[in-house]
Design a protein around this ligand. Structure first.
Ligand code: 5RP
Length: 226
């Protein structure tokens, strides 16, 4: 089993019967969805799932999971998702998969938000390896980009994977990828959040409960819970 498979299987230990589970997006989250589907089938569990993106929705339907849409729920028991960056105090960066609004909604309403990843995700400071993604309304995207640019080092509109158009989220928004020089992550988050046109952004601070990080076939649990 490689490191991603290992954390995906470790996350199964947090799955309880008769619960609603939020499905994440990305290669690590996909492995969890697959492992979850096997567990549900083997143990005949009663589990409903909700998806953080159209990609994880498709996965859920392919595995015949009991899928419910976001507008049908108010609370999620467990949300398991990957991340682009994680710090030792559980600051998390997400958003290479576009759907920041859906991911933030799930993280915020989950009783437990469990982040899974390999050692490459660990950073000293958010923004160290990746730009910070910001989901913005397309109606005046240039205005929003210019406003963010005033506090950013660099801020570009994300292209789609083919490179022939802009990336569009499942709720019809654009994504900016921005780098910042900052000293306080909370202050930066507040600056981004108050910019007109911003729908959501990839900094998940004070939200994750646990991160499971695999390295050399060993899983380390990071938690702030006492
Ligand atoms: C999607 C995300 C992903 O969870 C993140 O990009 C990690 O992906 P992977 O597990 O493939 O490394 O935030 O928006």
């Amino acid at each position: 089993m490689n490191n991603k498979e290992l954390v995906a299987h470790e996350a199964l230990k947090y799955v309880k019967n008769n619960s609603i589970i939020g499905l994440g997006t990305g290669s690590t989250a996909n492995l969890f969805i697959q492992a979850l589907a096997q567990k549900i089938k083997k143990e005949s569990l009663n589990i409903k799932v909700v998806a953080s993106s159209t990609v994880s929705q498709v996965q859920a339907l392919e595995y015949n999971l009991d899928y419910i849409s976001l507008d049908q729920i108010e609370v999620v028991d467990l949300y398991v998702d990957g991340a682009d960056e994680v710090t030792n105090n559980l600051d998390v960066l997400k958003g290479r998969g576009y759907d920041l609004l859906r991911e933030k909604l799930l993280a915020q309403i989950s009783k437990q938000f469990l982040v899974i990843g390999d050692k490459s995700k660990m950073v000293g400071k958010i923004g160290e390896k990746f730009p910070i993604p910001i989901e913005i309304s397309p109606i005046a995207w240039k205005i929003t980009q210019n406003l963010i640019q005033k506090i950013a080092k660099n801020c570009v509109l994300r292209p789609n994977t083919a490179g022939d158009a802009f990336a569009i989220t499942s709720t019809g928004n654009f994504v900016l990828d921005c780098t910042f020089e900052y000293t306080n992550l909370k202050d930066l988050s507040e600056e981004i959040a108050k910019t007109p046109g911003v729908i959501e952004y990839g900094i998940f601070q004070y939200i994750a409960n646990i991160a499971l990080i695999a390295d050399d076939n060993q899983v380390t649990k990071i938690t702030l819970d006492v």
